[in-house]
Structures are given as C-alpha cells and as structure tokens.
Design a protein around this ligand. Sequence first.
Ligand SMILES: Cc1ncc(COP(=O)(O)O)c(C=O)c1O
Length: 393
Amino acid sequence: MAYKGMSTKAVHSGERPEIPTGAVNTPIYQSSTFIFPTDDPRTWDGDAPEGTYMYSRKANPTVEVAERKIAELESGKRCLLFSSGMAAISSILTAYLSRGDAIVSQEDIYGGTYGFLRNALPRMGIEVRFGPTADTGALIDAIVPGTKVVWLESPSNPLMRLVDYPEVAKAAHERGAITVIDNTLASPMNQRPLEMGVDIVTESCTKYLGGHSDLLAGAVVSNAFDISAVHDARTSFGGSLDPFASFLLERGMKTLPLRMERHNRNGLEIARFLEDHPAVERVHYPGLESHPQHALAKRLLSGCGGLMSFEVKGGRQAAERAMRSMRLIKMATSLGGVESLVSMPSSTSHRSLPAQERKRLGITDSMLRVSLGIEDAEDLREDLDQALRASQV
Ligand SMILES: Cc1ncc(COP(=O)(O)O)c(C=O)c1O
C-alpha cells in the first residue's frame, strides 16, 4: 500500500505483513545463510529468485525492510544498505568510475569523502576535479567532457553551504554525467533530491535516520537510475549491513519526522541565540536571514536541521575553552543523534585536509560544530551561554 504522509511512511513503509507470526515489529533474521528450496533448481544457478534468500551479504529480509522504508522516504524505488556511510560512498564511486574517467565534486564535503576522492581515486587512474560549492555557474563549468560523476553534498559539513542541485543535475545530464548527492545533513524530511532530478542519493544513516548514535549504516537510493552496479560492488567488497543494525535503523526511523521537527526548531533557535552572543564571531546556518544562501535554503529545504558551526572570538584556545566548558553538550564527533554534541572540525571530521586547504575553505581553527539534539532549547541555550562566557577569560 502506498502512503501519502511522511510520518505514516516512517512508521509503516517496508513492513512485511506476510510474515506468519503477526509480530508488529520486524523480526531480526540473524542468519548468514538460508536453506535452498530443493524444488527450485534456479537457486543453484546463481542469484536467489525474487522474494527468496540465499546469503546475507547479497540480501537479508530484515535489511530489506529498512531498505524499502528509506526508498519510500526518499521518493525512490530502490535502496541498498551498507555497513557505514563510507562503505556506501566508496561503493558508488568505484561502481561508476573507471581508469581514464573524471569526477567533479563541490569542494567542501565531508572529510572522509574528501580523503577518498583525494587519495584513493587518483591511484585508480581517475581524475578528480573540485569546484566551488556556492557558485553554481563555476561548478557547472567544471563538468568538462569525460566527467562521469558529479558529487554533491548539501547542506555541506561543517559550513552548511548549499548547492543549487536541481540546476547542477540538469547541467550534468546535458553533459552526460550522473549526479550523486550526500543527503545526510538534511535527511529526507528536509529535502528529497530524487524529486529534483538527482540520480543517486546517499546518506550516512549513522546520523539522523538512525538517530540514536547506536549504529553505523549507509544508504544508496535511486528512482529511475539503475543502481545494480552498486549492488554488485556491495556483494564484491562485502560492505553489507548486519540484520541487527538494520533492525535498530528501522526502529529509529519510525520517529524520524518527530525528531527532525525538533532538530529543525532547536537549530533555528540556537543559531539565532549564537548570532547575538558577544563571544561569537560568526554563525554558519542557512536558516538565518544573514546566511548568504538563505534564499536558496528557503527554495530547497523545508528545515535546516540541528547542525551548525560557529567561530568563537579569541581563536583556537578560546574555542577549546568553550568546548571543554560545555556540560550538557558532550564533546564527541558525529551528528544527528537525540543528544547534543560538540566537536572541532579542524581536529576531527576535517583533520585529513591539509591546513592550507581548510583555511581556504573557511574551516578555521576557532570553529566549533554543534549537532543539536532533541533536548529543550532553554537548557541548550544555558549550557552554550555559560561555556561561551567561560571561553572569554
Ligand atoms: C555528510 C557525511 N557523509 C558521510 C559520512 C560518513 O558516514 P559514516 O560515518 O556512517 O561512515 C559522514 C560522517 O560523519 C558525514 O557527516
């Protein structure tokens, strides 16, 4: 049955009503292998027929429930789950790029993706070109003949820059390239790029989709575009998701719409609070009227989420003092969980970038990144205020 609303999809999409016990929740098929039906010789010739299972590296019924739910939420037809966001990202890149091909990426992207593009792909004979994130024309100009993939991430981590991805996807198609977007920071609650012409959406489900900081997972989703090559890469590299992690992910996604509502609200309220704080130099959050891409944010996003970065007055030492003084907000990397976290991008998520490159992109040493959870905004404000005051000694 096709559901209309995102909340109904989050709770019910992917369910398998045919499971004989009538269990309301998805059973965990914690089995690496499945007994071949002896009366169906096709099973012995290769892949298991549709609706049957053979080996969990290829397909598993618990994993498939979570895959179907994500496909519905992202307005896609097919989803493949991986053991982490990076397993999903590296599988897409190796599935669609070969020696002699080129890829164009916006320049500010998650540090792990940047490291893979910068280090692994050139070793495979693939040319990697970077273009400015917020300058659509210049990014499109970088899509020269031979480009097979255009890699986007919007909003970007940690600067919350946006890409006009409908425009870039259109231009990429005209030039014979496919467009992939990392939708981790928005989640399908805040934007669904497959509806706007993007070919593949990838997400670190470790973040908002799972939502409880208790699992690692990655998704690859498409609508009309055939992602069988990504399925083959998953089978070959072995980055399949475990059934128990899939169960946690599917359970977590049931509350995604409610959580995102609170993340969006806390995000905007705290961004405004930080913008007015005397110890803060600058806030990067597209929901703020002062953000240079606020108009684009209003066009592309229905909410800006709980992640933002800001620069503390007084440089790296002041930023470190602020971070260490936070009590409710815990010092840890990652984002998208129900709990609020703070980290310093220059020494965590973007450590792999050369210092010069970080500086050029605007990831300063005085920058802190906060991932606001679903706590009460008043408590978050108080914690940030006392920490920022403590930073200005
Ligand atoms: C935007 C983005 N994409 C991908 C990843 C990688 O995901 P994972 O840690 O699940 O491998 C991260 C991790 O922080 C991320 O922030």
